[in-house]
Each structure stands twice: as C-alpha cells, then as structure tokens.
Write a protein that binds this ligand. Structure first.
Ligand SMILES: Nc1ncnc2c1ncn2[C@@H]1O[C@H](COP(=O)(O)OP(=O)(O)OP(=O)(O)O)[C@@H](O)[C@H]1O
Ligand SMILES: [Mg+2]
Length: 279
C-alpha cells in the first residue's frame, strides 16, 4: 500500500481530497485502499467508486451520487465510502461537491475525491474549509530519491548511489516507468487532453513549451518567451500557470540580475528572478 493512503481519513464525516500529477498512482492507491476496506466491510455496497473522467459537467456528478444514495438507502447502509476519481477535470466540479456536502444526506459518510489539475483545484480546495469535516487534503507526488533508492536497496552504498540516481533521473520517481506502463506518447496525449479540457489551445501550449525548452535552464523574461512562441506576454503567463498546475514546469529561483527590469521577468520579485525548467 502506498504510504499516502494511510493519511486518508475514514472517520465520518470526511471529505478527503487527493491531489497529484498525472500517472503518479492516485487511482491505484485508491483501489488498493478499497480492497482493504472490502475486507473489513460486511456490506460491499457501502463502497462506491466512480471515474468522473467520463462526466461532462457538475450536474452529472450530483446525478451519479444521487443514484448511489438510492442504493445505499435501499440497503440500509449507515456509513458509505464514496470515491470520486479524477473529479477536477469536470467543469465546475466544486459546485457539485459543495452541494453534496451541504445537503447533509451524506453526513455519516466518507467522501474521497481525486484530481490531477492543481491549478483548477487549489483555490477551490481552500474554499472547502469546514466542509472537509475530519477529511484531509493529501498530496501524492512521485517517489523521492530516498524512496526510489529503497525500492532496490535497504542500506545506502555510495557505489550503488550513482547508478540508482541515473535511473531516478530517467524515471522521475514514477512507478509506472519502472513496470514499463508509461510511454512518452501516452504522457503527451494525457497532457494534451488536460490542456483541452481546461479550455486552452494545444498549439499555443506546444509553442510555449518549445520556447522554454530552447532557452532552459537560463532565466528568461516573459517578453522573450512571447516573442519566440509568437503569442502575447499575458498569454505566456497564463500558460506558465497552467503548466505549473499540471506539474509540467517548476519555477526555480535565480539570483542573477539582468539588464531588463525585474518587472518583466517571470514571477519576478525585487530580490530575484525565477527561471523555469521542465520536470
Ligand atoms: N503502488 C504502485 N506500485 C507499482 N506500480 C504502480 C503503483 N501505483 C501506480 N503504479 C503504476 O502507475 C500507473 C499509473 O497509476 P494510476 O493510474 O494509479 O495513476 P493516476 O495518478 O491515477 O493517473 P491519472 O491522473 O492519469 O489518472 C499504473 O498503471 C501502474 O502501472
Ligand atoms: Mg487516475
């Protein structure tokens, strides 16, 4: 069982929010937790899993849960465990979640939602506040180097360190790479689908990423990126936020001062100017 699954609260009422990049193992972890719960639960109908990726809008989320509530009531289940996977790709998903919590039909239940698009999620997650009850917000990230190393060896040997580190750089700590379940074109199509689902243009995204890769790891201004990508500086800013939310880019602070005013630099502050690198 991945460690993060133990952070999910199973005490009613809970609204757990599991958030993390694509292909990091959220669905797998959640299904392993469901398997555990099935061992303990007398009634398997107390567990409900739904992949929201197929839904078009927030109303459909409510409809799906309402259908489950009918089953729950028919079977006289007191506490149910509802898992709504990949909810953040559904437009206005937070309206459905707020409605489901506020209606209090699920006040003795545990709801767990997952999402991979932090840009669309962060401000709404903050707004849930008291609505989470005993629930936790759990961030799932790829393995750290230590975690990755420990998959192969228990103790640290410096002779092995270099070799394992090279593997770590190649896989990024994603387990899916290790069992050859992740391919480059799959990653590309997942990113494209997310960009489209968030109402952004895949060709602008491609041009801006291309412009960044051309200059990375050097610090670069928004204006220069805009010139290279053939779009406006505000558009570049908007897409950088999107890539950061999708965990494709990570801003890294850089302390060199260029000739341009810091105002023009990405995420600029008076003390330094961040550069960007691909993750
Ligand atoms: N604990 C694990 N051990 C081994 N492999 C794993 C583990 N978790 C995930 N994987 C591998 O990673 C792949 C992706 O995992 P999963 O589908 O759970 O990710 P996800 O975070 O739900 O992705 P998405 O955001 O695209 O839905 C799995 O198909 C599996 O091959
Ligand atoms: Mg998933």
């Amino acid at each position: 069982m991945p460690k993060w699954t133990s952070k999910i609260s199973l005490v009613p009422f809970s609204l757990n929010i599991v958030i993390g990049p694509r292909r990091v193992g959220k669905t797998m972890g959640m299904k392993l937790l469901i398997r555990e719960l099935l061992r303990r639960e007398e009634n398997p109908y107390a567990l409900f899993y739904f992949d929201c990726g197929v839904l078009e809008n927030h109303r459909e989320i409510v409809e799906v849960v309402n259908e489950y509530i009918k089953i729950k009531e028919r079977r006289r289940i007191k506490t149910s465990y509802i898992f709504l996977d990949e909810v953040t790709l559904v437009p206005e998903w937070w309206r459905a979640v707020k409605y489901l919590v506020d209606r209090r039909k699920l006040k003795l239940d545990v709801i767990t939602i997952t999402g991979s698009v932090t840009i669309a999620a962060e401000r709404h997650i903050g707004a849930f506040g008291d609505r989470q009850g005993n629930g936790k917000t759990v961030e799932v990230m790829p393995l750290s180097f230590r975690g990755y190393y420990n998959l192969f060896h228990e103790d640290f040997f410096s002779s092995k360190g270099q070799e394992v580190f090279e593997g770590y750089l190649e896989t990024g700590g994603y387990l899916a790479y290790l069992n050859r379940k992740l391919r480059t074109n799959e990653v590309m199509s997942v990113i494209k689908a997310d960009v489209r689902a968030l109402g952004k243009s895949t060709s602008a995204a491609r041009n801006i990423i291309g412009a960044i890769l051309d200059v990375a790891p050097d610090p670069v201004s928004l204006r220069k990126l805009a010139e290279r990508a053939g779009v406006s500086a505000p558009t570049v800013r908007e897409y950088l936020e999107l890539f950061e939310g999708l965990h494709i880019l990570l801003p890294s602070p850089s302390w060199t001062l260029g000739e341009e005013s810091s105002q023009e630099r990405i995420g600029s502050s008076q003390s330094g100017t961040p550069s960007w690198r691909g993750q």
